[in-house]
Design a protein around this ligand. Structure first.
Ligand code: KIV
Ligand code: ZN
Length: 391
């Protein structure tokens, strides 16, 4: 079976950056956009141009600079937004306008004080207007996760009729279960007239910790674009993490779904985004967290020293991490101590190791982690140090 290519739509600079504390200036955005382009993302959502002069300037500057990816600007289903986005994107080699409107009962009633027929009309008009500026128009049905599937299908049909190239089905509130979200995508694939003319895109939020699972379920059911951010940053609990979905597809080749991402750049760009925003991932964050390739229990360390694959499903080099880390703690065994001691210059015999290990455990009980400097100190302070050093 030939594999299907999944488009990666990165929204770090829009959905990610709109979060308090994550604000970037144009120069910082340019640096990140350049790295996203090198990473191989298919689409960079560069901002929401009508929202502020600064955002307009950033989208314009990114449009001028990006060489490979499509550059996208967000709008509401509002003429002025669309005009401003088109203006900001005018230098892009591959411009895309991302326009849309809320479609759930709650959005229609409370946000728009409107009705379904009006939403259908506004969706059509927005896409049509955006098409008068650019060929590539993506439509989003905000809160699609909580939108009745029948009505959602009607909205999608209007967007396709008006010329939408991509249909974004956001689970804006991160509410859906994977089975539910997958079924929604399948329903749209099977029931929207003209769906063969557009790509279905998933855009999942992480309020229940399901964004990655929901995105994977969406592509298994026919979506062909994933919207995501580096480190999963984004509104509230964040968006789908780019590094997670990309590595899931790489590590499960039998799914026959691949991406254009150069995975060796993942760690580097994760660090760049954290440093630029001053927002850091938790140590146990999948793929890019400080502990993602660190082993600290004796049983695991013994396995990894014998063969990395005993406790690692990803080669750290594949995501740009130089090597797995063996962290010495009071839970470490002799194998890990011998390994680390060898790395800093001591080849211990079995007897020597037994003696040093006892001192090591006393030391480790006092300190969370034992570093290379500590190993020297432990070995040199034991009674056998002279014998070890001269051996
Ligand atoms: O979560 C969402 O619905 C969005 C849209 C604006 C695409 O970010
Ligand atoms: Zn979003």
């Amino acid at each position: 079976m030939s594999s299907s290519n999944i488009k990666i739509f990165d929204t770090t600079l829009r959905d990610g950056e709109q979060v308090p504390g994550c604000k970037l200036n144009t120069q910082q955005k340019l640096v990140i956009a350049k790295q996203l382009d090198l990473l191989g993302v298919d689409v960079i959502e560069a901002g929401f141009p009508v929202s502020s002069p600064g955002d307009f300037k950033s989208v314009e500057a990114i449009s001028k600079m990006v060489k490979n990816a499509t550059v996208c600007g967000l709008t509401r289903a509002v003429k002025k937004d669309i005009e401003v986005a088109a203006e900001a994107l005018r230098f892009a080699k591959k411009p895309r306008i991302h326009t849309g409107i809320g479609t759930s009962e709650s959005h229609i009633k409370y946000k728009f004080n409107s009705n379904k027929e009006d939403i259908l009309y506004r969706a059509y008009e927005a896409v049509k207007y955006a098409k008068s500026f650019v060929e590539d128009v993506e439509f989003y049905a905000e809160d699609a996760g909580r939108t009745d599937n029948k009505f959602l299908a009607r909205v999608c049909e209007q967007a396709i009729k008006a010329g939408a190239t991509v249909l974004n089905i956001p689970d804006t509130t991160g509410y859906c279960l994977p089975s539910e979200y997958g079924a929604k995508i399948k329903y749209l694939k099977e029931n929207v007239k003209g769906i063969e003319h557009a790509i279905l895109s998933c855009h999942c939020h992480n309020d229940l910790g399901l964004a990655t699972a929901n995105s994977i379920e969406a592509i298994i059911n026919g979506a062909r674009q994933i919207e995501c951010t580096i480190n999963g940053i984004g509104e509230r609990a964040g968006n789908t993490a780019l590094e997670e979905v990309v590595m899931i597809l790489k590590q499960h080749p039998y799914l026959n779904l691949d991406t254009n991402i150069n995975t060796q750049y993942l760690y580097r760009i994760s660090q760049l985004v954290s440093d630029s925003m001053g927002v850091y991932s938790q140590p146990n964050k999948a793929i890019v967290g400080a502990n993602a390739f660190a082993h600290s229990s004796g049983i695991h360390q013994d396995g990894v020293i014998k063969n990395r694959e005993t406790y690692e499903i990803i080669n750290p080099k594949d995501v740009g991490v130089t090597q797995s880390a063996i962290i010495l703690t009071a839970r470490s065994g002799r194998a890990a101590l011998a390994y680390k001691a060898k790395n800093v210059g001591y080849e211990l015999t079995k007897l020597q190791l037994d003696i040093v290990y006892a001192s090591f455990l006393n030391f480790a009980d006092q300190k969370k982690e034992v570093n290379d400097e500590d190993i020297h100190q432990i070995i040199e302070s034991t009674a056998i140090s002279k014998q070890i050093l001269s051996a």
